[in-house]
Design a protein around this ligand. Structure first.
Ligand code: FAD
Ligand code: NA7
Length: 512
């Protein structure tokens, strides 16, 4: 606060309130106040400041139910993409150590993993990113307030510090990018008391031990994947299907690989209760929905990955008439990220129907800043966003799933080219490549425009990113065939794919 008092704005102390008095040269204290300093909010505020706007950003982390808290940067940096990918890397290295022996590395004695070393290294990296974000805001002259923000009207934000001090900020425009938090199931006794979420797993001081992961979306599978990879006895509890919304053939390959890798799956199972035994172990009771039988097992940790929800209630949006989706609680937004109330914008995970991904939040934030600064009219294009699931066998995709393509174009309206391939690296290591697969879903007629591209295998994110450019440019199947591959790579298999599913021919790639 002292730093703020020395800044270009004057602050008055009124009882326990800090009120930012109006900048004498303008109507508002700031051109832009951003509530939420995660991927989207930071990108938006930095871009806006760079374009000459006076910007403040409020970021505040409510500790998780387990008391875990973290610094500036939002979900991705602290409890999402970054620690997840680093722990995934730790797991991949475990496999690489096994491969290494086949490649001649002499590794004596058993190789074991130490959770504490990994967690400390990951947490230190995250802290360095927290620090980097603070420095960047300072360099770009964005006023950062570590405060919980809520909206008083369409030009006024109230910030509340941890110590209970209130600060009022006025702004021409307000952007809400407060993201979401993991949900706990509401009707399962013991779920909250004895359970963790992705807000906790990366910040554990000791190994989670034998873990039950409830949920089957990508957060669940990624966490279960790295836990298995670093040696935890890990079970995933799936109530319906894995990776809902993704291509289901690919989802099957991902989970098949995980099963072969050592992850256990309790399919069609719904948790009923979690009890802490006198030994300290957590006893989970669940129902097998196929047989109706009740089953029990004990675990050291239970990780709920059953979805995420925004915290819109505390933002005071309903009082201002900002339209929310009643089911999801997210803010209904237009193509320009505007809410139903003038001067209030929202995007990122808090925006209804927006992809819950960091790069889309960042890009949308930058574009919004440019529009608010009057530098551009360009809107965010949410189509054809590529993504990757960082499971032990990675899965990257862009465009439509085969099911979705079939629904939109009809079974006879699409052609699916596919191949099972063996990464060269797997050969000497004698690794099973049964789930290394790719498929390109195309329109059947005309130029055979590519509708969806799917790839499981090593470095799927790196592979998919490149093809996403072609996809964005409207690539067709013949463009793919005109592309000369880079040998020997896994990605080159996409440029050679020629077997159609319709033909029924063996899709196994043999030779170069
Ligand atoms: P957030 O990054 O969540 O930022 C919101 C910020 O606002 C937070 O710091 C929050 O504490 C703060 N805040 C909330 N309320 C207030 C308030 N009232 N006042 C002040 N501050 C407030 N995406 C990918 O692209 N790739 C991945 O590999 C990936 N992996 C993920 C793994 C996990 C486990 C999870 C959970 C998510 C992952 N994501 C991934 C998704 C990605 O993290 C989010 O899509 C992204 O962080 C959304 O950015 P955002 O700016 O909308 O919100
Ligand atoms: P998602 O994508 O909403 O998926 C939730 C998963 O949890 C899904 O598999 C659900 O099964 C399952 N689920 C939900 N409620 C329960 C209960 N009560 N019991 C058992 N299983 C349940 O959430 P994520 O957290 O994985 O990811 C959300 C976003 O965060 C994601 O898009 C990333 O960008 C980051 P269902 O399919 O509904 O049967």
């Amino acid at each position: 606060m002292a730093a703020l008092c020395r800044g270009r704005y004057r602050w008055k102390r009124i009882n326990c309130f800090h009120v930012l008095t109006r900048n004498l040269t303008g109507k508002y204290d700031f051109d832009l106040v951003v509530v939420g300093g995660g991927s989207g909010g930071l990108a938006c505020s930095k871009e806006a400041a760079q374009l000459g706007l006076k910007v403040a950003v409020l970021d505040y982390v409510e500790p998780s139910a387990k008391g875990t808290k973290w610094g500036l940067g939002g979900t991705c940096v602290n409890v999402g993409c970054i620690p997840k990918k680093l722990m995934h890397q730790a797991a991949l290295l475990g496999t690489a150590v096994k491969d290494a022996k086949k490649y001649g590395w002499q590794i004596s004695g058993p190789v074991c993993h130490d959770w504490v070393t990994m967690a400390e290294a990951v947490q230190n990296h995250v802290r360095s990113l927290n620090w980097g974000h603070r420095v960047q805001l300072q360099d770009k002259k964005v006023k950062y307030l570590n405060m919980n923000g809520s909206l008083l009207d369409q030009h006024t934000v109230k910030g509340l510090s941890k110590a209970g001090k209130e600060t009022i900020l006025t702004a021409r425009n307000i952007v809400v990018t407060t993201g979401g938090r993991p949900r706990y199931p509401t009707n399962i006794p013991g779920a909250v008391e004895h359970g963790l979420t992705s807000d906790d797993i990366f910040w554990l001081k000791k190994s989670p031990g034998k873990t039950l992961v409830v949920g089957a979306s990508y957060v669940a599978l990624e966490c279960a994947g790295f836990l298995t990879g670093v040696g935890m006895d890990t079970t995933v509890m799936v109530r319906s299907i894995a990776l809902r919304g993704f291509d289901q053939q690919m989802a099957g390959l991902v989970t098949d690989y995980m099963e072969a890798y050592g992850t256990k799956f309790a399919w069609r199972s719904v948790p009923k209760r979690v009890d802490k035994l006198s030994s300290g172990a957590l006893q989970v009771t669940w129902v097998d929905s196929l047989t109706g039988n009740e089953q029990k097992d004990t675990f050291d940790s239970v990780l709920w990955a059953v979805g995420r929800a925004p915290e819109t209630k505390a933002l005071g949006l309903d009082k201002l008439g900002v339209q929310l989706n009643k089911q999801t609680g997210k803010i209904v937004v237009g193509a320009d990220e505007s809410s139903s109330v003038p001067n209030i914008y929202a995007f990122g995970d808090i925006g209804e129907d927006r992809p819950e991904l960091t790069p889309t939040a960042i890009k949308a934030g930058k574009l919004l800043a440019r529009r608010l600064a009057g530098h551009s009219t360009e809107l965010m294009n949410y189509d054809n966003v590529a993504t990757t699931v960082f499971t032990p066998l990675e899965y990257g995709c862009v465009g439509l799933s085969e099911e979705e393509a079939e629904m939109r174009h009809g079974k006879d309206g699409i052609e699916v080219y596919h191949a099972f391939y063996k990464p060269l690296e797997f050969t000497v290591a004698e690794r099973d490549a049964s789930q290394c697969y790719l498929k390109v879903v195309c329109e059947r007629a005309g130029d055979q425009k590519i509708l969806g591209l799917h790839f499981t295998g090593p470095n799927a994110g790196e592979v998919t990113q490149g093809f996403a450019l072609g996809f964005q440019c409207g690539a067709t199947y013949s463009h793919l065939l005109q592309t000369v591959g880079i040998h020997p790579t896994c990605a080159e298999e996409l440029t050679k794919v020629h077997i159609t599913k319709r033909s029924g021919l063996d899709a196994m790639v043999t030779g170069c």
